[in-house]
Unconditional design. Structure first.
Length: 501
């Protein structure tokens, strides 16, 4: 005879329903698991056997075959332990067949039957809701995260025995009251008021935060580039409810947020030695990379030329499409990657090329090779290029304007409100304007268009740089509550074009 229990697995950003089938027959007592499971799934045999026995239940002395259907879909993770154990208990008549039909199960079993937290609980809640299940059973530690998904009752259990008593109708599982949507909060880090000088760089950060633009700071060591970059998340508005779900889902899949929700915008700062797979995503199990973990947040690349050329070139497609596709021989995974890129670089290997107070010790060949590490197509994707210089020592202890950061946030929120109206309440910014959107929504005045065309010819701007200039100008106009793009808006936007773009 056969029995069925239902679970799910993650395939990239999406989840897939898994039918855990079990068959019992006479023969040498053994447990076989088929269905393209990985090593963790194969090792479930020993965990499940011990968990059932140590929970005071009977492990059948028969030949048990477990099939994870669909059989051609790769399965990954220890969360299939619980549904496998329940399927065995069902096929051995210890649990009624009808008790498991409307419930989806996910949980890792320890040898004594205790349920351990799992990755991707929010993914499994989405699968359960979309597949029409009424309830989802997960380890108690995962309840808060799974409850971010509405339309499904989430139940928590601490061990296998509790789930067994629930399935046999002898006990109800704990169900926390539905949590209110977690309140997203702004990042609590140093703001613009902590930065001395660098007014042009601050203005660029305000524009970037208002329109979702990418930024590159170029300057000598000690000029405050890193400090400026780290203030960006404090300028961004709190995440929306859907953004909280998206970010939490990605961090849960990566194992970085196994319990609660992620309520602050991500700020990812990978080391320059990071591999392509760690930056873009991939590996044997196609996990999300740094660019996906920075989704709806900031990806900070300090000393951009120090990253490998292959890693930097891999950024080109996600910067345009805001999604990354990872293809393997037997499956294809996709992860969202809608992030703001903030990068810094020195003008040369020693860092002092063009500095009036320090002598550069680099040869012209070294400088040229250093600057060539960043390709033209990648530089073309930078919206705001800002050259920063060292702040004079006399200004370092000067009392800053303590209202600058607060006023900047007010202006940014007002500009974002205008964009929300422009995009019919869609979660978009000016940086996401397509070429067709620009023609309909940019609203350049005739003098502004003439200035842009003349400057584009003189500066030899590419088509991408031409449209990016319009996007930045649109954001500058929004910051000034202007319905049209004026010549002064275009003029300021042109100041932030990268060199040679």
């Amino acid at each position: 005879m056969t029995a069925h229990t239902y679970s799910a697995t993650s395939l990239g950003y999406e989840g897939r329903l898994i039918d855990v089938e079990s068959d019992s027959s006479n023969g040498l007592p053994t447990l076989i698991i088929v269905g393209l499971g990985n090593k963790a799934v194969d090792e479930a045999k020993e965990r499940v056997r011990s968990a059932i026995k140590n929970s005071g239940l009977e492990f059948p002395r028969k030949r048990i075959t477990i099939n994870l259907a669909p059989a051609d879909l790769p399965k990954d993770g220890s969360h299939l332990d619980l549904p496998i154990a329940l399927s065995i208990l069902s096929v051995s008549k210890q649990i009624p067949d009808t008790a498991l039909k409307d419930v989806l199960f996910a949980g890792e079993l320890s040898l004594d039957g205790t349920l351990k937290p799992i990755k991707g609980a929010i993914n499994f809640a989405e699968v359960a809701r979309d597949a029409g299940f009424k309830k989802l059973v997960v380890p108690t530690a995962n309840i808060e995260q799974a409850q971010l998904i509405s339309g499904i009752t989430v139940l928590g259990a601490t061990n296998l025995k509790e789930v067994f008593l629930f399935a046999t109708g002898q006990q109800q599982l704990a169900s926390q009251a539905a949590q209110a949507q977690p309140t997203p909060i702004a990042a609590q880090i140093a703001g613009l008021d902590a930065v001395q000088g660098q007014e042009k760089a601050k203005r660029a950060l305000i524009i970037a935060a208002a329109g979702g633009h990418n930024v590159l700071f170029d300057g000598p060591p000690g000029s405050g580039k890193t400090m400026l970059a780290r203030t960006l998340t404090s300028l961004l508005p709190p995440m929306s409810g859907q953004e909280v779900i998206d970010v939490t889902k990605l961090h849960s899949l990566a194992g970085e947020a196994p319990h609660g929700a992620v309520t602050t915008r991500p700020f990812r700062s990978p080391h320059h030695s990071a591999s392509v797979a760690s930056l873009i995503g991939g590996g044997q199990r196609a996990q999300p990379g740094e660019i996906s973990l920075a989704h709806h947040g900031v990806l900070f690349l300090d000393e951009l030329p120090e990253y490998t050329r292959s890693a930097l070139e891999a950024l080109r497609q996600p910067l345009e499409d805001h999604i990354v596709h990872i293809t393997r021989a037997n499956h294809r995974s996709s992860y969202p990657a809608n992030f703001m890129l903030v990068a810094t670089q020195n003008p040369c290997p020693c860092g002092f090329n063009g500095d009036a107070t320090h002598e550069c010790i680099c040869t012209s060949t070294q400088i040229l090779n250093y600057q060539k590490k960043i390709s033209g197509p990648l530089m073309d994707r930078i919206d705001l290029y800002v050259a920063v210089s060292a702040v004079e020592h006399a200004q370092l202890l000067h009392h800053a304007n303590t209202n600058q950061h607060r006023q900047a946030i007010t202006n940014i929120n007002a500009a974002r409100t205008l964009q929300s109206i422009r995009f019919a309440n869609e979660a978009r910014t000016n940086a996401s304007l397509s070429n067709s959107d620009i023609k309909k929504l940019a609203h350049l005045t005739t003098p502004a268009k003439q200035l842009l065309n003349k400057a584009s010819t003189a500066l030899n701007l590419s088509a991408r740089a031409y449209f990016k200039t319009i996007k930045v100008a649109r954001t500058i106009a929004d910051l000034e509550a202007s319905t049209t793009i004026l010549p002064e808006h275009v003029s300021e936007a042109l100041q932030y074009r990268p060199r040679g773009a």
